[in-house]
Ligand binder design. Structure first.
Ligand code: A3P
Length: 341
């Protein structure tokens, strides 16, 4: 990883507002913000219209002030637990085919590195430290990940020619995936968040980077306005037909598959390299740690569509359906997978 950062400021998984890492500016700002109970930190704060943790606020401010985009950059955006890890793997594999041909089945970086180490988050890695990163040696094309909502992206990301890809997952499964994940990575000092309470918070919009509907609609609307700039993908549709989505994604990113590559089965091989089944079994993903020192194994759970039926009662499902109806109505954004069998 070619980002130079001070090792002393490594984020910890302690989670509680361990505010000695925060700048005075950030500490003061936080005092003025609305706050709610957090999922894996004591509190989350409403900052620039979305809910986040204190350390994230500091990183977002640094990113907004300092990031200079290049037209060749690729920014992958998601709300947590929507397929971030998968999208990072796919985009990295597509855009680095010249350096790392998919046919090199034994030496591809995705076999020994977690996608979050190959495609760093702005807020958890690149701008996580108080020291500014040196991005001059960052491997080209530069690919970054983020959970930051569209309106809060650094201006150069929006105004340059760089590409933004957003992956969205049905909120039923996203909620369940988030609840399970956050209870696994939360610090021991915080109590386990019960399903019903987490669900209430989710439906009220108070979860990391939420409200989720604003997050989705920000990127959705921008993808309608500027389809050459923002590509909007759906997790369920990608799972149903990965090959055709990969071809579209590669064209969008400016790395289309050649006729020969298609004939040689490169698209299928790339899909397999990044598949849940393959990635889950890799040593790096079974025993390594990537984002904020959290164990990689927790990033690979079931990857099933509709697993929510095992967790949400019919009234809960009805409640979330109503939230979706109300918040997404008229936008054209819909989800297929939200049905009880
Ligand atoms: P489940 O918890 O439903 O299993 P994120 O990467 O944004 O944190 O999202 C995590 C979800 O994506 C988890 O869902 C995880 O299992 C699933 N996932 C991880 N790797 C995947 C892959 N290669 N393909 C499809 N889904 C994947």
């Amino acid at each position: 990883m070619a980002i130079t950062q001070s090792p002393k400021k490594q984020s910890t998984a302690e989670g509680a507002e361990d505010d000695q890492d925060l700048s005075n500016e950030c500490k003061e700002l936080i005092l003025s913000l609305p706050k709610e109970k957090g999922w894996r930190t004591r509190h989350i704060y409403l900052f620039q219209g979305f809910w986040c943790q204190p350390k994230e606020i500091q990183s977002v401010l640094s990113f907004q002030r300092h990031f200079q985009a290049q037209d060749s950059d690729i920014v992958l955006s998601t709300i947590p637990k929507s397929g971030t890890t998968w999208l990072k793997a796919l985009a990295f594999a597509i855009a680095n085919r010249d350096k790392h041909p998919i046919s090199q089945k034994k030496s591809h970086p995705l076999l020994t590195s977690n996608p979050h180490d190959l495609v760093p988050f702005f807020e958890y890695k690149v701008y996580a430290s108080n020291d500014l990163p040196d991005l001059s040696k960052f491997p080209q094309p530069r690919i970054f990940g983020t959970h930051i909502p569209f309106p809060a992206l650094a201006e150069p990301v929006k105004s340059s020619q760089c590409k933004i890809v957003y992956i969205c997952r049905n909120p039923f499964d996203t909620f369940v995936s988030s609840w399970i994940y956050l209870n696994k990575v939360k610090p021991d000092s915080l109590p386990v968040l019960q399903l019903e309470e987490a669900f209430e918070m989710y439906c009220n919009g108070a979860m990391g980077y939420g409200p989720f509907w604003n997050h989705m609609l920000g990127y959705w609307n921008e993808s309608l306005k500027r389809p050459d700039k923002v590509m909007f993908l759906k997790y369920e549709e990608m799972k149903a037909d990965i090959v055709s989505h990969l071809k579209k994604l590669a064209i969008f990113l400016g790395y289309p598959f050649s006729v020969q590559e298609e004939k040689d089965g490169v698209v299928e091989d790339l899909a397999e390299l990044c598949s849940f089944e393959k990635m889950k079994e890799l040593e790096v993903n079974k025993s390594g740690k990537s984002i904020m020192n959290f164990e990689n194994k927790n990033l690979f759970r079931k990857a099933e569509i509709g697993d929510w039926v095992n967790y949400l009662s019919p009234p809960m499902a009805e409640r979330l359906s109503k939230v979706l109806e109300e918040k997404l109505s008229g936008s054209g954004l819909t989800f297929k997978a939200a049905k009880r069998a």
